[in-house]
Ligand binder design. Structure first.
Ligand code: KG4
Ligand code: ZN
Length: 355
């Protein structure tokens, strides 16, 4: 019997258990994270080791440094996570891991670790799509939440509007044609000399600024599709700042931050509401690092409330990359018998094509 056919049988047994415990591993970018989660929704142990301090001086994530740090951190981090949850390796029913999209070297560390554990413990291995993980963070934050809903996934690498028809059933309605929303935040912050990551810093400064100070472009806002484009907005902000500098004109960074943020948020809110109305969805779910943004939460909350739509978002901790969301997504894959074999690979551009 091969490992994979053994595991296919094992899944049937696991499905009948009252308690299913999954280890989730996430290493797709600059966070090394592991979590043990019971029955998909109850977090028993959770550790996140952020590499932000390491990458700060370069103004963004350096892939090679990220991979090396993941290797250093992953094994002790898993031990600490299990200890925190009062779990031993023998208690694990399955291992779930992000296998894409992301930085290939970073992903490989998680994938290799998960494969070794799954093989060594003779338990199922589940490859998880990173975006599916971000969406699933909401199942942990809101125990009653279930599909169908519209999800706006906005992070450093993604800006997607997705119709989640059921667990694991996704229809991508629109996505960014160039920069992701978080990427635009990070680049504007770098231009303003504010540091990395830019999102939280701009979010904070914007609270003290005038959002109507400059009317930056709202790309695609009136177009009938659901795609985003943030590259032109980014260029407009950078050109505006260069112009002011050339004229020796002073400005308040808070006003630029607030005006830029307002342009991003208006586009995101507009498209999300359009999607929810077109599909007649009653629930909207925010996910990804940018889901922590206070203006996005407030303005989308307001627009949803006016239309009788319920809005869900995770805590800031669960918005960023983490192992708990991967364990949760892995649970729902496992329950459908959708497991991986030991040939599972890191796929930097993995498509979310599991409808
Ligand atoms: O999901 P995440 O941790 O990693 C990726 O999968 O990309 O998202 C990180 C991104 C960064 O671009 C960061 O600037 C942005 O999320 N971000 C924010 C906020 N907090 C994090 N953007 C806007 N407002 C925030 N409060
Ligand atoms: Zn992410």
């Amino acid at each position: 019997m091969t490992y994979f056919s053994d595991m296919k049988k094992k899944v049937e047994h696991i499905k009948g258990k009252d308690e299913v415990i999954i280890l989730g591993i996430e290493t797709s970018c600059d966070e090394t994270s592991a979590a043990v989660v019971r029955n998909g929704r109850e977090v028993l142990g959770h550790k996140i080791a952020s590499q932000i301090e390491l990458h700060k001086k370069y103004g963004g994530v350096v892939p090679e440094i990220a991979s090396r740090k993941h290797i250093e951190v992953i094994n002790p981090l898993i031990d600490e996570t299990l200890d925190q949850g009062g779990i031993t390796l023998k208690d694990l029913d399955a291992v779930a891991v992000t296998n894409g999209p992301g930085l290939v070297g970073a992903l490989l560390v998680g994938v290799a670790t998960a494969k070794a554990l799954a093989y060594g413990l003779n338990i199922p291995l589940i490859g998880v799509h990173h975006i599916e993980g971000h969406i699933s963070a909401n199942y942990i934050a809101h125990q009653e939440l279930a599909p169908p809903f519209i999800s706006l996934v906005v992070s450093g690498g993604h800006s997607h509007l997705i119709w989640v028809k059921d667990y694991g059933q996704y229809e991508i309605l629109g996505q960014t044609l160039d920069d992701a929303a978080g990427e635009a935040y990070d680049k504007i912050a770098r231009t303003l000399g504010l540091g990395y990551p830019g999102g939280p810093i701009i979010d904070k400064l914007a609270k003290e600024g005038d959002a109507n100070f400059v009317e930056f472009p709202r790309p695609n806002i009136k177009e009938p599709h659901y795609n985003f484009s943030f590259s032109g907005l980014k260029t407009a902000v950078i050109n505006y700042l260069h112009n002011l500098d050339q004229r020796g004109q002073e400005y308040r960074v808070e006003d630029i931050a607030a005006s830029f943020q307002q342009a991003v948020v208006e586009v995101l809110v507009n498209k999300t509401i359009k999607a929810a109305e077109d599909i007649k969805a009653k629930k909207v779910v925010l996910a990804g690092g940018v889901a922590a943004n206070s203006a996005l939460r407030a303005q989308l909350g307001q627009s949803c409330q006016e239309r009788g739509i319920e809005l869900f978002y995770p805590s800031p901790l669960l918005c960023t990359d983490n192992g708990a969301m991967i364990a949760c997504a892995g649970y729902y894959r496992l329950m459908k018998g959708d497991i991986s074999d030991l040939a599972l690979n890191a796929v930097p551009g993995l498509p979310l094509a599991r409808i």
